[in-house]
Ligand binder design. Structure first.
Ligand code: PGA
Length: 249
């Protein structure tokens, strides 16, 4: 299977199209299960979903969501936790019910990690699986926090963050030393079980890794390349992130 790429003049138009897909899904299936991502990339998408809720009556009352990952060692109310990111950038502004959204916990005792990760996988299964998964891509090709070396059969687990990932997060934390060294992340197999996946990537700094994910070999060196094996995967790109694709296609 090839990854279908859809190239937009700018990130805003790409985000609007993805928001429309989510709107149509929720209209078709009001209790749809969404897989959600954090980071700079999905912010425009979340802003558009909030607008659709405010202005077009899009209701999330029955929607269930599962986030990809959470930093280890950050309490939910830490400003850089993905829990607080999601509240601030989406959940506080829509009518989702607090019992219906899920993130892995970053505050687990060492002996509780395995059980928590299994429970997360089971909760996704019990919800009927993820209908629509949103992804970003790291500069090292990670999806979720599945850093290079993560296998295609990996499941939700504790992961060690790469230096490049921690360096990219450093500005938000103030310094690289303050960026957590570990996280809990959905695995690649967890992600690949979603019915439909949309990966968003914007900006020239993503161009090289997007081209590797789309055109390179399927390899644990770029975990986004595993998406080539999925039946229903689209990359929504702005023209800057698509730069190296046009050269190679
Ligand atoms: P970004 O992160 O959206 O902040 O660029 C993407 C990612 O690391 O998955």
């Amino acid at each position: 299977m090839a990854i279908e790429t859809i190239i937009f003049p700018d990130a805003e138009q790409a985000a609007q199209q993805v928001a429309k897909k989510i709107q149509q899904l929720i209209q078709r299936k009001p209790d749809a299960v969404l897989g959600l991502a954090t980071g700079g990339t999905p912010l425009l998408l979340y802003r558009e979903l909030i607008r659709m809720h405010a202005e077009e009556g899009l209701s999330f009352a029955q929607v269930r969501t599962f986030n990809l990952d959470e930093y280890e060692g950050l309490p939910p109310d830490h400003p850089e936790s993905y829990w607080s990111f999601m509240q601030r950038n989406l959940f506080d502004h829509i009518d989702i019910s607090p019992g219906n959204y899920h993130l892995p916990s970053g505050m687990l005792a060492a002996d509780a990690v395995t059980e928590h990760c299994e429970a997360y996988e089971n909760a996704i299964r019990a919800a009927g699986g993820i209908d629509f998964q949103i992804l970003g891509i790291g500069r090292n090709g990670h999806i979720g926090f599945n850093e290079p070396g993560s296998t295609i059969s990996s499941r939700t687990r504790r992961v060690t963050l790469c230096e490049v990932t921690r360096a990219d997060a450093a500005p938000a934390f103030g310094s690289i030393e303050q960026v957590p060294t570990h996280a809990i992340s959905m695995g690649c197999a967890t992600i690949l079980e979603a019915q439909e996946i949309v990966l968003l990537a914007f900006g020239e700094h993503k161009a090289e890794i997007v081209a590797q994910a789309v055109c390179g070999e399927v390899s644990e060196n770029v975990t986004a390349s595993y998406l080539q094996t999925h039946q229903h995967i689209h990359f929504y790109l702005d023209s800057a992130a698509a730069r190296d694709l046009r050269d190679s296609m």
